[in-house]
Design a protein around this ligand. Sequence first.
Ligand code: ADP
Length: 605
Amino acid sequence: MVPPKISQAVGQAFRLGRAVRLVWQCAPGWAVLNMVLVILQGLLPLATLYLIKRIIDAVTAVKGAGALSPGLSTVLPLVALAGGSVLLAALCRSLGEPAGQAQSTLVSDKVSDILHAQSVAVDLEYYEDTRYQDTLHRAQQEAPYRPTRISNGLLQIGQNVVSFAGVAALLFALGWQVALVLFLAAIPGALIRVVFARRLFRFEQAQAENERRAWYYHWLLTDGQHAKEVRLFNLGATLRKRFLELRASLRQGRLRISGQRAWRDFLTQALAVAALFGALAWVALQTVRGTLSLGDLVLYYSGFQLALNSLQSLLRGLAGLYEDNLFLIDFERFLSLKPRVPAPASPSPVPKTGLLVCRGLTFRYPGSERDNLKGVDFALEPGQVVALVGENGSGKTTLVKLLCRLYDPSAGSIQMNGLDLRALDPIAWRKEITVIFQDYLRYALTAWENIWLGDPEAEPDRERIAKAAELAGIDGRIGKLPQGYETMLGVRFQRGQELSWGEWQKMALARAFFRDARIVILDEPTSALDALAEAELFHHFRRLIGGRSAILISHRFATVRMADRIYVMADGGIAEEGTHGELMERNGLYARMVHAQASDMPDSS
Ligand code: ADP
């Protein structure tokens, strides 16, 4: 009986369906062409081999008969045919290269596109939950090169299967006993490869987190955004050491496995060589005795070699697919992630105006041990400016994420004009909101694109873009850039112009203003603005937002006090609420924070 470890390994190696399906779905036309080429490339060496045998037999017969010219008329067409077969094989190889490349790049690009679509479609939650990191990381990092390997691997496997099956049939037809001995001799080597491929696969699976950690150090060391801090704190040596330590342990693990495999591999090879030359001795003996022809001798010997080579290549291809299977499993797992913030089957139209209200809003991040929002009651009237204040970690950004429906609450509800957000299509709802998060993006694109991305479905109307820039107070600066609105921003690409933090923040504000949304949410909007710019912004704030509602998260009470209503958050709940005057009179948490800032003591942030 086959030991379970081996049968499992073989079972897994033959689970090709997943890879075949992927290639077929992405590039059916190229797959058909490649299949034809692969079959031809697998069969032509056999045809050549057979023709060579016929040539040798014909030459031997001619030599034996002593008559040259009738002999030549049988030999020369055979030589021409053999030449034709080799030529055709060469043509298939030449065509196979671009066809294989076309297939693999097409598969690779389509897989990347599927992955990108899903990366955007999955909930934010999956990016913020460590339990999904390995799946996300492997699926996203490996998508650019794994499909190429899978596609090429399948072609290699296909060709070897055809070669092997053909040569096996040929050898069995000529003398099945010798052929059987040879194939039996090849089996131990095959099993060793499959078993060790499985061992390596397990090792890689167990080391996925360490691999990711090493990649993280590499990223810290090489990505431009870390360059300043890495130099300032002189982190280079420490990070490099950690990277090398992790890589060394991964390397040693892999080396241990391939070392164990090497000598077993050698033993099985020795067995195959002994069988090959034993069989050759037998065939030679039969040839001397005259039972087999000289052509048979050549056919057998070359056939044995072809069979062994294609079998070994086949096994190498299967072993490679083990690893690729890991990617495919992760890829499928990633594609099967279901949105937990679903759109209802028949979403209600988003109310054009009305009261936005949270009642008893409770929420806990997946994996968190306590509620991050606890029974929050909050309201935003049309046209109202509301401020959220509170210590770091008190839940302000979390409340905003729920208002944007990036998450759904675990209890309580958010309603717009009496309609629960869960009855709306999340994408349609988000169109009504424009947000600048603290960690807003700085796109390495032109100035106008940085603003237009606030509403990419709108026409990039230059006048509207300039108007948004003017509202955010950045139009003057853009005008001074070398190519104005056409200037590439950031230092990532050629001729890019870097802006200061404050200027980037104004670009983000312009992007927010470009979006024709009803609610404006600014999470620490002015942290990088200078005092004058901030005063300017808020002096005209109500005009800037043009009658829209706004939620401001800020630690600066000069900004906060202009709000119509202020909510003070503490430990995931609303501790106090009211106008600036009411809250100062109350002399509670808010008043303490204001006094702390006013007396220039370290504030709560
Ligand atoms: P604030 O904006 O008031 O500074 P947040 O809303 O960002 O605070 O965070 C509130 C709490 O939720 C904090 O205790 C924080 O640690 C936790 N938290 C924030 N984001 C996550 C997350 N993705 N997963 C788990 N906990 C989180």
